[in-house]
Design a binder for this molecule. Structure first.
Ligand code: ADP
Ligand code: MG
Length: 759
């Protein structure tokens, strides 16, 4: 007999057979007890943040020191003004990049790109070209290798864009996002951000359309600014600051949960007795071991030039948030992906696992990504800052109007941009924003908007002073706090930016921002044309702006809503207003391929029809595949882990009853018999639900495969939504009820009350 310690630290002796069911869980609990905060990262008493920030980045500072003046200047023009870089300069840049990377210990380089998955891809090549004539190594990196790569594209999702016989794809250097060195245990790799397209030039990635959308936005925004008299602005970019939520659990628990390993979320698990109702985790003091992890990850990110700023405990137990300082949206996208990767890796180093799934644990809050979005000119002025002069005011109101119109006109598209299987667990539940898109402006700005719509020439403040006179006077001060407090809105104006809160934690921010940039570009285009027409007809620009703002806001005001987005009244009201309520991925994806959406993306050269349909196909297939994996896993965990434990307990109970009756004549065991009856009933329910799930359901398959599109895959997605998901839920419901009946010592899966609290 071996002496062992159970979860509660009690000494006991192992019962040979029975407790093997719970062995993995007990071992996990044991392992977690031994954990200690781990040292790692940078010692800031010796090295300051400023000394490490960006040290792994081939940034402007490095380029200025290493490149000839003319090459450096050309690169800066490319970065700041979007000018094309002369390919003849590529060799010089490549050489400097190589020398820099080698001097910092790199051996390999990779084109780092962003296929149509939610993650990045890389294939490493060493700088070694051959052993030299005398047997020494020759290391090389040419402009050609910098500018273009030629990976086999056949195993990346294309949604049918790339015909299967044409496997070639191309990666192309994106100089607007700086190259960087990724450190790993035994060396460093030079990562070069690239776009990825097919032989025929179709974008096969998420970055190409994002860059194209930035161009579209730039063009239309500059046009509007110029009409309004702001001649200084040469370039407009969109800025993004994504707040990232995540969970951390101990790695030992992770290993004992095949569902979390394979799906990123717990497919089973009863609600913990203590959830988040005590409200004691949000902004609570950060546990030592978690803080050690955070600091370690942050120092890695500093080296990569990722400006992480905020860290705190989130609402759910074991949930946290990190937020960076905002950046140009292309760079913010790359940095968010890097952040997720560094967090995953560093967590592992600390014996933890970082979960980005939208809903790893049902019963407590899920994780989202708040996409703070604004526009800025080349001087860095935030264009959604209300400002204090009439020109700034007019500009602000026009741009605000453009966003309001865009969200109203493209509410369905915006919804589909954040639709995926994981996010379905979150949107619409009483925690995250609902699936209905609407805009929150805050009370003050709403007053302004109402005054404008009513055609009021001026608006008086509480003190009776005139606070708004279109084009003449200044806007009222818009207190930032005032506008930040509606946490239920999916799209909230927060003082000088919009916060799009409906993104899922696991998803790349590339596509949602591509959509935002494009739809706002279309709105600005429309507004610019109206303004031009009026001015041409002799209307003064201020009067023209006022007219366009008033009419546009009036036409689009149904999208404005300041109230509680969770309430049933809002759902009814939204219905009356005709706002789309697309409850899940399957309902929302068709929005992507509507005729007007095809035209939108086509008109601004962001996505051709083929490219758009390809993305739709990929999204449909991804949904099917995700649910399919969950389906297979639900069956196997229920059959091979949960049922055996429940049957073991059933057998023990039955044995006890039989033995006791044999030992004591006439004894009343009605209590025990009831326990056995309840248990057997629950097991029966689980079996019935499981049999239903195991039936070869009509339409089942591998989830859409590489199909072309289309109707067939969509039918499959509907089948997963309507048949598989409810059938899985029924299995889970029965299993979760068993969890609270079966002997704790033989329950095989770590419980929520453990995973969420012991780390
Ligand atoms: P809160 O939780 O109150 O929304 P946080 O400080 O957590 O605030 O996050 C705000 C995010 O918004 C940060 O990432 C910040 O950099 C970003 N942000 C601030 N100004 C802008 C802007 N002009 N454009 C885009 N993002 C911005
Ligand atoms: Mg926020």
């Amino acid at each position: 007999m071996t002496v062992r310690v159970d979860a509660h630290g009690r000494l006991g002796t192992a019962r040979s057979r029975s407790d093997q069911h719970g062995a993995a869980r007990w071992e996990a609990l044991q392992a977690v007890r031994m954990r200690e905060p781990m040292k790692g990262g940078v010692d800031y008493t010796v090295t300051q943040v400023s000394e490490i920030f960006g040290t792994n980045v081939f940034n402007r500072h490095v380029m200025r020191t290493l490149l000839p003046k003319n090459v450096y200047k050309a690169l800066v023009r490319c970065l700041d003004q979007g000018e094309q870089l002369d390919p003849s300069m590529a060799d010089i840049v490549a050489n400097a990049m190589k020398d820099w990377a080698l001097s910092r210990g790199a051996t390999h380089f990779t084109h780092w790109f962003h296929p149509m998955t939610e993650q990045t891809a890389e294939k490493h090549d060493s700088f070694l070209v051959s052993g030299g004539p005398e047997g020494g190594a020759i290391l090389e990196f040419s402009g050609k290798l910098l500018i273009q790569g030629e990976p086999d594209a056949s195993s990346f999702p294309s949604g049918g864009i790339r015909s299967t016989f044409e496997a070639r794809g191309y990666t192309g250097w994106d100089p607007t996002s700086p190259a960087f060195l990724m450190e790993s245990t035994n060396g460093k790799t030079l990562c070069i951000p690239t776009v990825f397209c097919s032989y025929s030039g179709h974008a096969l990635d998420k970055k190409t359309p994002l860059l194209r959308s930035l161009e579209a936005l730039n063009k239309q925004a500059v046009r509007v600014l110029h009409i309004l008299g702001n001649r200084e602005a040469k370039r407009v970019i969109s800025t993004v600051g994504p707040e990232q939520e995540y969970f951390l659990i101990d790695e030992a628990f992770y290993f004992a949960r095949p569902d979390i390993i394979n799906c990123g979320r717990a497919l089973f698990g009863a609600r913990p007795p203590k959830g988040q109702e005590m409200e004691d985790h949000y902004w609570g003091s950060i546990k030592e071991r978690v803080l050690a992890f955070m600091m370690d990850a942050e120092s890695e990110l500093y080296k990569l030039g990722v400006p992480v700023k905020t860290r705190h405990n989130e609402v759910a137990p074991a949930q946290f948030e990190v937020a960076p300082v905002f950046e140009q949206s292309n760079i913010a996208t790359d940095h968010n992906l890097l952040l997720m990767e560094v967090f995953r890796k560093t967590a592992q180093k600390h014996g933890l696992r970082c979960l980005f799934h939208e809903k790893p644990f049902s019963g407590v809050n899920g994780s989202g990504k708040h996409n703070n979005w604004s526009m800025a000119d080349d001087e860095g002025n935030n264009l959604l800052e209300p400002g204090s002069t009439p020109l700034e005011n007019t500009q602000f109101l026009v741009l605000l109007t453009a966003v309001v119109r865009a969200v109203n006109k493209y509410a369905g598209l915006l919804r589909s941009a954040i639709a995926h299987a994981g996010n379905d667990h979150r949107l619409g539940a009483n925690e995250a924003p609902p699936a209905i898109m609407s805009i929150y402006l805050g009370d003050r700005l709403t007053e302004v908007v109402n005054a404008l719509i009513a055609g009021q020439k001026e608006m008086k403040g509480v003190d009776g002073k005139v606070i708004l006179q279109f084009g003449v006077s200044t806007l009222p001060d818009l207190p930032r706090d005032d506008s930040d407090r509606n946490r239920t809105s999916p799209f909230a104006f927060t003082g000088n930016k919009f916060e799009f809160r409906a993104l899922g934690a696991s998803q790349s921010i590339a596509f949602p921002n591509t959509v935002l940039n494009t739809m706002v570009a279309e709105s600005l285009d429309c507004i610019a044309s109206e303004l031009e027409k009026l001015v041409k007809g002799g209307t003064d620009i201020n009067a023209a702006a006022e007219k366009v703002v008033r009419e546009t806001l009036k036409e689009n005001q149904r999208i404005l809503f300041n109230g509680d987005n969770y309430s049933t009244e809002w759902h009814e009201e939204a219905g009356r207003r005709g706002l789309p309520n697309l409850r899940n991925t399957v309902e929302s994806l068709p929005e992507l391929v509507k005729e007007e959406i095809k035209q939108l993306f086509n008109k601004y050269h962001v996505l051709s029809e083929d490219e758009l349909v390809g993305r739709y196909n990929v999204k449909v297939a991804q949904f099917c595949k995700t649910v399919n994996i969950e389906w297979l896993l639900t069956k196997s965990i229920a059959r091979t882990m949960i049922l055996p434990a429940a049957l073991e307990y059933q057998s023990r109970l039955a044995g006890t009853i039989v033995q006791t009756k044999a030992a004591v004549t006439g004894i009343n065991l009605s209590g025990e018999e009831n326990m056995l009856r309840d248990l057997s009933n629950k097991i029966g329910e689980l079996l019935t639900a499981l049999e239903r799930l195991e039936q070869p359901m009509s339409g089942s398959g591998n989830g859409g495969g590489h199909g072309h599109g289309d109707a067939e895959s969509y039918v499959m997605a509907k089948f997963y939504q309507d048949e598989v998901i409810p059938a899985m839920q029924a299995v889970r419901d029965a299993a979760d009820e068993l969890e609270v009946l079966v002997d704790d010592s033989i329950w095989p899966l770590p419980k929520f009350r453990e995973m969420l609290y012991i780390y």
